[in-house]
Design a protein around this ligand. Structure first.
Ligand SMILES: Nc1ncnc2c1ncn2[C@@H]1O[C@H](COP(=O)(O)OP(=O)(O)O)[C@@H](O)[C@H]1O
Ligand SMILES: [Mg+2]
Length: 248
């Protein structure tokens, strides 16, 4: 379980996070939505201590991430799969080597076992006969699948997706979201998915949390979100220009 308690973070005069609290139960998939620049990526970075808060804390399974000794932090990071917005594959090595990279780097598995795991993972994300290709030879959707395979190959228990479908066409978006859904159900992962794919994400998450003006302004279930009384949620879901959300 992930528990974020009253997290604050400022940069100079700019207060980005002003007391964020959010709980993600084990096995739950939560969508984190909010305006661009609201601090979604920043919040995710705190979960694996790539960023430290000014105040507040993050607990993972009851342990304070900010107070973990180095070895415990490393153990936590190995349990967390982080899929960055860019996908960031290595351009100069092929798909196989990209997916094998975390295993070669962080484990002592034999090449035979690595080969088996990599091929299995590529198969799971629906990629066949691409292991010898280079990133430049793949489409946007395929690159996202490779990035997902590379994250899953280490069998994470917690997965953080930061806008994994931004910039893809609608059909590919749906195929990637379906893939997340099946991965989530198969592996019973706990996850946070930052996404602008509304309403598509509503079908694959248990809760939607909206980050607005530095706090979680609302947490709703997908069933309730369309009837939300919260004006921030209502405006965001409807994509209306007028309301409490102001463009700066
Ligand atoms: N390391 C940093 N140094 C200074 N400002 C930062 C840093 N990280 C994030 N910010 C600022 O925090 C705000 C939120 O950024 P971000 O989390 O990337 O937003 P989002 O992911 O919701 O679009 C932005 O104004 C950004 O400039
Ligand atoms: Mg971001």
């Amino acid at each position: 379980m992930i528990r974020i308690e009253n997290l604050t973070k400022s940069f100079g005069e700019q207060e980005v996070l002003r007391g964020v609290s959010l709980q993600v139960n084990s096995g739950e998939f939560v969508a984190l939505v909010g305006m661009s620049g609201s601090g979604k990526s920043l919040l995710l970075r705190h979960l694996v201590r790539l960023m430290r808060p000014d105040s507040g804390r993050v607990l993972v399974d009851g342990r304070d991430v900010g107070k973990m000794p180095r070895y415990e932090l490393e153990a936590l990071r190995s349990r967390v799969g982080y899929v960055f917005q860019s996908g960031a594959l290595f351009d100069s090595i092929n798909v196989f080597d990209n997916v094998a990279f975390p295993l070669r780097e962080k484990t002592r598995l034999s090449e035979t076992v690595i080969r088996q795991k990599v091929m299995e993972e590529l198969d799971q994300v629906g990629l066949k006969d691409v292991e010898h290709k280079y990133p430049a030879e793949l489409s946007g959707g395929m690159l996202k699948r490779v990035a997902l395979a590379r994250t899953l190959v280490r069998a994470p228990e917690i997965i953080l997706f930061d806008e994994p479908t931004t910039g893809l066409d609608p059909i590919v978006v749906n195929s990637i979201l379906n893939l997340f859904d099946s991965v989530h159900k198969r592996l019973k992962l706990t996850g946070i998915l930052v996404s602008h794919e509304i309403p598509e994400i509503f079908g694959i998450v248990q809760k939607i949390a909206m980050l607005h003006e530095g706090v979680i302004a609302a947490v709703e279930t997908p069933e309730n979100i369309h009837h939300s009384q919260n004006p921030v949620i209502a405006q965001f879901v409807a994509g209306k220009p007028d309301g409490p959300i102001r463009y700066r």
